[in-house]
Design a protein around this ligand. Structure first.
Ligand code: ZN
Length: 53
């Protein structure tokens, strides 16, 4: 484990990935499988199904 900055994610393990859309480095709380795109938080919002409020 060599993560320098811990956010407010509790004790969930974060994995550094490159967003498939904007190519920014981000972290996700799941292990990237490598065969599907991974998005940063902003792009994930765009790709997830719209929710009604
Ligand atoms: Zn992105």
């Amino acid at each position: 484990m060599a993560y320098g900055d811990k956010g407010g994610y509790g004790d969930r393990e974060m994995h550094k990935v490159i967003c498939s859309e904007c190519k920014k480095e981000t972290e996700v709380p799941f292990k990237p499988s490598g065969d599907r795109p991974v998005y940063c938080r902003d792009c994930y919002q765009k790709h997830r199904p719209a929710r009604r409020f």
